[in-house]
Design a protein around this ligand. Structure first.
Ligand code: CUA
Length: 315
């Protein structure tokens, strides 16, 4: 999907499109007036044959003209300000209804931690929410926090940008009215991999969302065939940073891997999530995402295969 503010599917994004068209409309009228007068003057007062070369009468200090070109722009700016303020106020003042889904998103260099505190789900970079029927809305209220520097949460088709600031909690809500996947991007420069800090929101029907949530709530799979890899994983530094629920891995510095393979990308959108890219990532994350804070694990080829085989079972 094209992340365009002109293809909104959620109330805050509808408001942004409305205001954008309103501003574009006013500026289009200004452009037509200015360009029209300029073209008229160019044609009407162009140099003609037999021109005597004298200047036309010059006007200085006309109070009417000075007042007109001060007051008209001032009025336009006041109207733009009031209309925008009204929309912002209406969106920010919307109270959280009891049926709202609560999600906490924590910005990290350079990925998004996603928590559903009431559902006991932790994932990364790919947010899943239910569709919100305007007649019977189930909006998602998002709490934004940062683990390090300032990021900005932005999914153009769902809502406006909202800064993600250390030691400050910001809020944003969405009520997507059409199923689908909507992509977004960190919108505040936050270091080397700012551009590699993508995110996506997948909007499900309510039933599908319930199924997704149930799968995410389960503990990690314990595949017998990947046991060797699992033991190896548990003996490595991986577990200091990553959690795999149901195992000894309970680090919180990096993304939760309990259902790693349910995500379509790795490295916050820098590569598709396949066993091949996963193996390259474990071998050396910088090969896919230069600057990534996860170190190269320096594993032998054999160990790499085992760890990748294990991770690939975490559906
Ligand atoms: Cu995070 Cu830019």
């Amino acid at each position: 999907m094209t992340p365009s503010i002109f293809a909104p599917v959620s109330t805050p994004a509808f408001a942004i499109r409305d205001v954008a068209f309103f501003v574009l409309g006013i500026t289009a009228v200004i452009f037509l007036v200015v360009a029209g007068v300029a073209v008229f003057a160019l044609v009407r007062f162009r140099r003609r044959r037999g021109d005597d070369g004298r200047e036309p009468p010059q006007v200085y200090g006309s109070q009417q003209i000075e007042l007109a070109w001060t007051l008209v722009p001032l009025l336009i700016v006041v109207v733009l300000f009031l209309v925008t303020a009204r929309y912002i106020y209406a969106i920010e003042r919307r109270p959280q209804p009891p049926e709202a889904l609560e999600v906490t998103i924590v910005g990290h260099q350079w990925w998004w931690e996603i928590r559903y505190p009431k559902l006991g789900i932790v994932t990364a970079n790919e947010i899943h929410v239910p569709e919100s029927d305007p007649a019977n809305p189930t909006p998602t209220f998002i709490t934004l926090e940062s683990a390090d520097v300032i990021h900005s949460f932005w999914i153009p088709q769902l809502a406006g940008k909202m800064d993600v600031i250390p030691n400050k909690t910001n809020r944003v809500w969405i009520d997507p009215q059409r199923t689908g996947t909507y992509v977004g991007q960190c919108a505040e420069y936050c270091g080397l991999q700012h551009a590699g800090m993508r995110l996506a929101v997948t909007v499900h029907t309510r039933d599908d969302f319930g199924r997704w949530a149930a799968e995410q709530q389960a503990h990690a799979r314990d595949d017998v065939e990947a046991r060797e890899g699992r033991e190896l994983f548990s003996s490595l530094a991986c577990i200091n940073c990553h959690t795999v629920r149901g195992t000894t891995a309970n680090g919180v510095f990096g993304p939760d891997l309990t259902h790693l393979m349910s995500r379509s990308t790795i490295g916050a959108g820098v590569a598709p999530n396949t066993p091949k890219t996963l193996r390259a990532w474990v071998a050396d994350p910088a090969s896919l995402k230069p600057g990534a804070l996860m170190p190269a694990m320096k594993l032998s080829r054999d160990d790499l295969d085992k760890v990748t085989a294990y991770l690939s079972t975490l559906r």
